[in-house]
Design a protein around this ligand. Structure first.
Ligand code: PEP
Ligand code: MG
Length: 576
């Protein structure tokens, strides 16, 4: 009989994953100091060489098994590890330490690793410093063999389902790059940035699956059923066949929806809806184009800061933006200034999560206005990149008008600085405000007057309105996009946009959930930005709606105090 572990499903498009478990264990394997009697030293040296040899054989085997269409960077990192295994500093120096100190192979290896890590840390070159992760992986592999352990192995990630207590957004990106096909975490909620990222990368995930990491074990076959938020282990062959068929149908359905790619999102009564995409990395542009996105409504640039131990340079920002702009070939690109903080942390963040409540702490524009040098680097890069296409700049987490003013002043100063350097913008750079705090929503009209456009970030707006931590699965049941207070704030922002003649978009998860499409259009939204994979389904729904009929009925519904189940009533309204 199969075992089911319940959690919360996260997916966009494909909701099923079948694969073997890979437990993610972080950190390096530690060894205890151990001495070896003189007559066993050479045997210990042999044991060490044997472990290095076995590590290389394992990696070579893994490399052979990797499918031909695997992205080149996965192969590259295995090759790097293989080269490191041939390096004398790792493959031979510990043998000398065993002989000189009379210590165990594990201890000699650990001494060597710590020494090398210090060298890596002192390196000027940012790229070489990032190699220290590779060093850790390689040493962990040898250490694991010496200690007879079966440890998490990054080279084996391809096609596996990652199980961990929790994952950071940085882990998620790294695991995606290395070919993971599903995620299961004990903690986390569907609105955490990790979950949003998994959905955006098209990886089905189950978050808040309490106990998963202690009940499941590496190598066993599991099914991720993100549609029902269930992890299934110990499945009967016929259950596996069922899910394989379901996965196949999901893939077919996605392919069928893709025939809508070049069809505009127009309602039956002729209203054109701009369907844009949210991206995290320049590589995501490919998916946006494949799914027929009209532009990028949210480029979460903070991911440029992750998985590295130095801040990105202006040139690195610029290159990333130009890649996106050129990739989108004339379609609008909305670059959001960095939103680090809360559940998005990175190694070199000026003030990491020391604050008591990170979601209410130094996050996004607050961090940028405190660490203005970091902000200015990004602003210059955006201004320079804006010469290559229709770019819009967007500022997250505003609560006060003075923050908006200060941010705009900095942008202006940087524009003047660049002009002095003869870098002149040849097209206007519209600047927008994200409305994602209740304070900003309630004063949206002032923000609308000061900015060229507004974009509603429902993920945070809901979190802050309902006092529900978006990353905490224990309060996930209270996270309600249809709460009357949330709907009232959305209406308030749309009203502010109408009065001031400014566009209002929505880029939170709510925008890409087909359950809310009719509601959002009925409320008056005309620009929605979502995971690329959600675009076709939302487009299909839009093409079935008639806003002339929908709007008056929705208005009545919103005012009707007798409606107990608004979600149900809304669903009926949309399906009529
Ligand atoms: C939001 O808060 O709705 C949003 C789009 O921003 P993020 O999810 O990156 O916080
Ligand atoms: Mg937000």
């Amino acid at each position: 009989m199969s075992i089911a572990i319940q959690g919360i499903g996260v997916s966009s498009g494909i909701r099923t994953a079948i694969g073997k478990v890979l437990m993610l264990s972080r950190g390096s394997i530690q060894a205890e100091p151990g001495m070896i009697p003189a007559n066993r030293i050479e045997a210990e040296v042999e044991r060490f060489f044997h472990a290095v040899q076995l590590a290389a054989t394992q990696l070579t085997e893994i490399r052979k098994e990797i499918p031909a269409d695997t992205p080149a960077d996965i192969l590259e990192f295995i090759d790097t590890h293989l080269l490191m295994l041939q390096d004398k500093a790792i493959a031979e120096a510990p043998a000398q330490t065993i002989r000189d100190e009379g210590c165990s192979a594990e201890w000699a290896l650990q001494l060597r690793r710590d020494q090398l890590l210090r060298v890596f840390e002192d390196m000027e070159d940012a790229y070489l410093r990032t190699r220290k992760d590779d060093l850790e992986h390689v040493v962990n592999r040898i250490m694991g063999i010496l200690q007879g352990q079966k440890r998490n192995d990054p080279a084996e990630i391809v096609g596996h389902i990652i199980v961990s207590e929790d994952l950071t957004p940085a882990d998620t990106i790294m695991l995606h790059h290395r070919g993971a096909c599903g995620f299961i975490t004990d903690f986390g909620s569907p609105m955490s940035h990790t979950a949003i990222l998994a959905a955006s990368l098209g990886i089905p995930a189950i978050v808040g699956a309490h106990g998963a990491s202690s009940h499941l074990h590496s190598g066993e076959l599991v099914v991720v059923d993100a549609a029902n938020g269930t992890v299934l282990a110990d499945c009967e062959p016929r259950q596996i066949r069922f899910f394989e068929r379901r996965l196949h149908r999901e893939q077919e359905r996605r392919n069928a929806l893709q025939t809508l790619r070049d069809t505009p999102a127009i309602t039956r009564d002729g209203v054109h809806i701009e369907l844009q995409a949210n991206i995290e990395l320049p590589e995501d542009v490919k998916a946006v184009l494949e799914e027929g996105g009209d532009g990028i409504g949210l480029y979460r640039t903070e991911f440029l800061y992750m998985n590295r131990d130095q801040l990105p340079t202006e040139e690195e920002h610029y290159q990333a933006y130009v890649r996106v702009i050129q990739g989108m070939a004339g379609r609008p690109v909305t670059i959001r200034t960095l939103d680090l903080g809360a559940d998005k942390q990175c190694e070199h963040q000026p003030e990491p999560a020391a604050c008591i409540n990170p979601a209410l702490g130094l996050r996004a524009i607050r961090l940028c206005l405190k660490e203005t040098s970091i902000f200015r680097v990004q602003i210059r890069a955006i201004l320079r990149a804006a010469q290559h296409g229709p770019v819009r700049l967007m500022i997250p987490m505003l609560t006060n008008l003075w923050e908006a003013r200060q941010a705009r002043e900095i942008i202006e100063e940087e524009r003047q600085y660049l002009a002095q350097q003869n870098i002149v913008m040849n097209q206007p750079l519209p600047i927008g405000a994200m409305i994602e705090t209740p304070a900003a929503a309630l004063t949206a009209e002032s923000f609308a007057r000061m900015f060229d456009f507004l974009s509603i970030g429902t993920n945070d707006l809901i979190q802050y309105t309902l006092a529900v931590d978006r990353a905490d699965d224990s309060v996930n049941h209270l996270y309600d996009p249809l709460h009357p207070a949330v709907l009232a704030l959305i209406q308030k922002v749309l009203e502010a946009g109408r009065r001031s003649g400014k566009d209002v978009a929505m880029c939170g998860e709510m925008a890409g959930n087909p359950r809310y499409t009719a509601l959002l259009l009925g409320l008056g939204l005309k620009t929605l930005s979502m995971h690329p994979a959600s675009l076709p389904e939302v487009k299909q729904l839009i093409r079935r709606l008639d806003l002339r009929q929908l709007k008056p009925r929705l208005e009545k519904l919103l005012l009707d105090p007798a409606v107990e189940d608004f979600a149900q009533a809304m669903e009926e309204l949309a399906s009529d």
